[in-house]
Design a protein around this ligand. Structure first.
Ligand SMILES: *Cc1c(COP(=O)(O)O)cnc(C)c1O
Length: 432
């Protein structure tokens, strides 16, 4: 096993993903290519469902955050696994509905839903609209009036917690474009406004404290604040929230510097804390929802590239250039996200060649990793970057007019191309 159960080596000394030879996969499907072990994805869904039912209660469900990885067949898998889904745009709603996802199990997010988004969500029968602001609440009421439809909503609240993670992905603190803060009184104001509106039915509250969280403290803190808020709201308005959604954020091990995480044990511990908090506060335990994205898909994915050149600059460093880069994985360029890379063609050779993994774009910042060690590559070797299942395909661009790679799903049962490779025709398809 390399980092996660999906990755190993075989007798040829090649990397394997879900038991399939990565060099063979690259030969058959071309490079770059995203590989996704769907058995691992399903395993995570099942773990979350079981653990939520056991530790959070019967009506509690995991909500898959589609922004991590979104395409039709993934929604089919999520449907089969009985997950709820979190969508953040009309494009994600469209993808989910085209895949036959039960839209009543969708939470619709976003800090700036347009009138079109709100109309579209209501027309599709989306279960819950997570209202972000007073402007949005008023706009939703107007849409409901026009269409004679009702909307079930949650209100997004910022509990003001710093989850001690990377700054750019902190979204739960008071200074945020998301939600309404408890601290400033704005969360109470929007709650009272929502309760006063016809056709709008408040079901509960939502918060999201951040990402790459490896222990339960930030979640437990958030629950404590949110349950306290639920109690204050009850005291003031008589409304008792039946649902509490505490967002996503469980961490994933990208390199061996990251800690290992036992999700089930964390959920069990969090469940205990929540039960204790409810008792202490005298609040009826709400149905609990969490929105894992990264932790469901990241460790199931790898990206396969072909090495094009190895350039050694004496006194500086070694550049290994591959046939992908920031268009298929912008996370290093965006916020220096660290990854583990493997020379998939020589996966059993000692990983002693220190290098910078560069892409093929006309941009010096187009790097995938710096200061990593892999078995010394040569032109033609297959280089794998591991744990790319989340926020890679979903964040990909066509910078430099480079076609997007395909998504190749692998499972014990079969290899399945679920998103085909873009062609040059696709790239110019919208050009008049
Ligand atoms: C990003 C996000 C998630 C998913 O976060 P992960 O770190 O991928 O688990 C869930 N809910 C909301 C509101 C988000 O913004």
């Amino acid at each position: 096993m390399i980092l996660h159960p999906s990755f190993d080596t075989n007798e040829k000394g090649h990397l394997t993903v879900c038991g399939y030879d990565a060099v063979d996969l690259a030969k058959e499907h071309g490079t770059p290519a995203y590989i996704l072990d769907t058995d691992a994805v399903r395993g995570m869904c099942r773990m979350y469902k079981r653990a939520f039912r056991e530790h959070f209660g019967e009506d509690s469900f995991p909500v898959y955050a589609g922004k991590a990885l979104c395409y039709k067949n993934l929604y089919r898998i999520i449907t089969q696994e009985g997950m709820f889904a979190d969508c953040v745009s009309s494009g994600e709603l469209y993808t989910a509905s085209k895949a036959g996802f039960p839209m009543e199990n969708v939470f619709f997010h976003g800090n700036n839903k347009t009138d079109y988004d709100l109309q579209y969500a209501l027309a599709l029968g989306v279960g819950y609209i997570v209202v972000d602001s007073v402007d949005e609440l008023n706009a939703l009421e107007a849409v409901c009036r026009e269409t004679s439809m009702d909307a079930d909503i949650l209100i997004r609240v910022t509990p003001g917690i710093d989850p001690h993670t990377h700054k750019k992905i902190i979204t739960g603190s008071v200074d945020s474009k998301f939600g309404s803060a408890i601290e400033t009184g704005q969360a109470m104001k929007i709650t009272e406004l929502a309760l006063s509106k016809e056709r709008i039915h408040l079901k509960g509250f939502h918060c999201h404290v951040g990402s790459q969280i490896f222990d339960i403290e930030p979640f437990a803190d958030a629950c404590s604040i949110m349950l306290g808020f639920i109690k204050t709201v009850r005291g003031r308005t008589g409304f008792e929230a039946a649902m509490l959604n505490i967002g996503g954020g469980f961490g994933v091990r990208y390199t061996d510097k990251d800690p290992e995480i036992d999700y089930e044990a964390n959920i069990a511990a969090l469940g205990k804390r929540i039960s204790a908090l409810c008792l202490e506060l005298g609040v009826k335990k709400p149905a609990l929802f969490m929105e894992p994205g990264r932790s469901i898909v990241a460790a199931a994915g790898a990206t396969l590239y072909k090495c094009g050149s190895v350039k050694e600059i004496p006194g500086f460093r070694n550049y290994v250039s591959v046939d992908g880069g920031m268009p298929d994985n912008p996370r290093y360029a965006l916020y220096q996200a660290e990854y583990t890379a493997v020379n998939a063609s020589k996966a059993k050779d000692p990983a002693e060649y220190e290098c910078t993994l560069g892409g093929r774009c006309c941009e010096s910042g187009d790097l995938l990793a710096e200061g990593i060690k892999i078995a010394k590559p040569e032109r033609g070797d297959i280089i794998a970057v591991l744990v790319t299942g989340a926020y890679n395909f979903s964040m990909a661009s066509n910078y430099n007019r480079i076609p997007r790679p395909p998504v190749i799903e692998v499972s014990k049962e079969k290899v399945f191309c679920s998103v085909r490779r873009q062609t040059f025709t696709d790239i110019t398809a919208l050009d008049i």
